[in-house]
Design a protein. Structure first.
Length: 553
């Protein structure tokens, strides 16, 4: 088979390159085989990616056993949970572009024949997919796996409980000692955050879109079986290379719709909207924010997972894995079963092999959905002409109308919540936290967790975004953002804001003339960063309604 890597490794003129590679142990025989890049997002700043170095060893063993030569390289990761609520959180979404760029650069520079990307924390997963789709070469994505749940007072807890405990403590509902107990028990070891938060949502997406072998993602990171999964992925990528099965051949429009159905059916993270739009752009697949509403409307909510439900991500593994979810969707006609996956088999063929655990309660039967429609709703109106997103899994509230409490940054809103300055019925508006305005579109789990912990019945509206652990009446990705002169920049303290999920609307109750007059007086604020990566990102980033991708021009 024709090998891209031969451009680097073969022929008289490549003797200097071979000499360099022989210096670190590669042989002539190694260099005649397909060269597989092993992109590793291991980092020592979080539990999410902590075991990926060990898993990479098994991936490389699988590649060698299947007749290939692995070459491991590193890229970065930013922990959403660790940086949450600080200026550091602005780096999170920016890291998606940096990771994708770095994988693309190494792959183009070294002309790999295929790639296995080891991922875990939130942005590493879509970033790896974006790189594969840009390159359009054979490759697969291996999810490191979820963390195990912590235990406290006889129940499973996750990092979500810690954030909500902060709010409960701030309003006097929880003691300092109890808060410390929750903190000490929530995260028992390596693995990504343990609900159907962004990491596990995007891991589900990768199996359902076909870029991860089905049956690999749900295995927890500390489960001994993850070594077998990793070895298998090394073997699978060699089969993908031999087939010449490229990433864009897998990630078709039908595959994207399958993935969105998976997000809707599992009550997945609102971040999936951003990431799937970004991936679609790299794949050159037409996909718009309104498509999420169409697919969510026709897909039932079937999986009972935190943050809105009862169970943690590891319970999906115990129930039989993501393949059981895939089989439900295929049996119900909610997906296109003919879509090809990275194994060369179709979605339907892979789903048919799922082995459901008898008596499991996590994944509901088709005739017993949690809700008749999916967990995401796209809201539009004079406050968000290009759209915004709310997750409705886990609550039945359908509308909210109240006075705006306006904050120019997340920290000010957090201070107001934790000092009792927000009242029931308010609409907390946090602006200038969008892709350009932040820059970096910070998640708001600190604020949303504090609101839930305090038991406040309010709505929150922002041009920033949310953690997958956020739940409640929270609206994110308001577009256009404030920094681009979107209507959210014209909201005044005390304005009445009306949100209606049934009609998919979000409105400021002011006249069109008043809104136009306010916007005509708006002045773009000075950019917060004038040099470095944040300045570059702010100059290049697009609207959240387009996936917050960077682009030229």
């Amino acid at each position: 088979m024709p090998l891209n890597s031969y451009t680097i490794t073969q022929g008289r003129d490549r003797a200097p390159a071979r000499a360099m590679l022989k210096a670190i142990g590669f042989t002539d025989e190694d260099l005649r085989k397909p060269i597989i890049g092993v992109a590793n997002t291991w980092i020592e700043t979080m539990p999410c990616n902590y075991n990926l170095r060990d898993l990479a060893v098994k991936v490389k063993e699988g590649i060698r056993a299947a007749g290939g030569t692995p070459m491991e390289f590193n890229t970065i990761a930013i922990s959403d949970g660790v940086t949450m609520g600080t200026e550091g959180m602005k780096a999170s979404l920016v890291s998606r572009e940096v990771i994708a760029d770095s994988i693309e650069l190494v792959a183009r520079g070294h002309m790999f024949d295929g790639i296995v990307a080891l991922v875990a924390c939130d942005k590493t997963i879509p970033a790896a997919a974006m790189a594969l789709l840009r390159l359009d070469i054979p490759g697969i994505i291996l999810y490191g796996g979820s963390i195990l749940p912590g235990r406290h007072n006889g129940r499973d807890i996750t990092i979500q409980d810690v954030f909500e405990a902060v709010g409960a403590n701030a309003c006097g509902k929880m003691s300092d000692a109890e808060l410390l107990e929750v903190e000490n028990h929530a995260c028992p070891g390596a693995g990504a955050c343990g609900g159907q938060f962004t990491a596990n949502t995007m891991a589900t997406v990768m199996e359902l879109i076909g870029l991860s072998p089905m049956g690999t993602a749900a295995v927890p990171q500390v489960d001994p079986g993850k070594n077998d999964v990793s070895f298998r992925c090394g073997q699978v990528v060699m089969d993908v290379v031999r087939r010449g099965l490229k990433a864009r051949t897998i990630a078709t429009r039908a595959a994207f719709e399958n993935a969105i159905a998976g997000v809707a059916a599992t009550g997945g993270s609102t971040n999936a909207v951003l990431h799937l739009l970004a991936m679609a752009r790299e794949a050159e697949v037409p996909l718009a924010i309104d498509d999420f509403q169409t697919i969510s409307n026709r897909t039932p909510l079937l999986v009972d997972l935190k943050p809105g439900g009862q169970y943690v991500a590891v319970d999906v593994h115990h129930a039989g894995g993501i393949g059981v979810i895939a089989k439900r969707l295929a049996d119900g006609g909610y997906v296109d079963g003919s879509a090809i996956t990275c194994t060369g088999r179709t979605f339907a063929e892979e789903a048919a092999d799922a082995k459901e655990t008898p008596g499991q309660k996590v994944i509901h039967a088709l005739d017993d959905p949690i809700k008749p429609t999916g967990g995401l709703v796209i809201l539009k109106g004079n406050l968000a002409p290009e759209g915004s997103v709310i997750k409705v899994a886990g609550h039945n509230k359908l509308s909210h109308r109240g006075p705006a409490r306006v904050f120019e940054r997340e920290e000010d809103a957090m201070d107001a919540v934790t000092h009792g300055k927000i009242q029931a019925g308010d609409v907390v508006v946090i602006r200038y936290e969008g892709p350009k305005g932040g820059p970096g579109m910070r998640e708001m789990l600190g604020v949303t967790g504090a609101i839930k912990g305090a038991g406040l019945d309010v709505a929150l509206v922002t041009d920033g975004r949310f953690s997958g652990a956020t739940h409640g009446f929270m609206i994110a990705h308001v577009s256009p953002e404030a920094a681009n002169g979107g209507p959210i920049a014209a909201v005044h303290e005390g304005d009445t804001v009306s949100i209606d999920v049934k009609t998919s609307s979000i409105q400021i109750e002011i006249s069109p003339e008043t809104l136009a007059a306010r916007l005509s007086q708006w002045k773009r604020p000075e950019m917060r960063y004038k040099t470095g990566v944040f300045a570059k990102y702010a100059a290049l980033v697009s609207s959240a309604s387009e996936g917050a991708v960077t682009r030229v021009g």
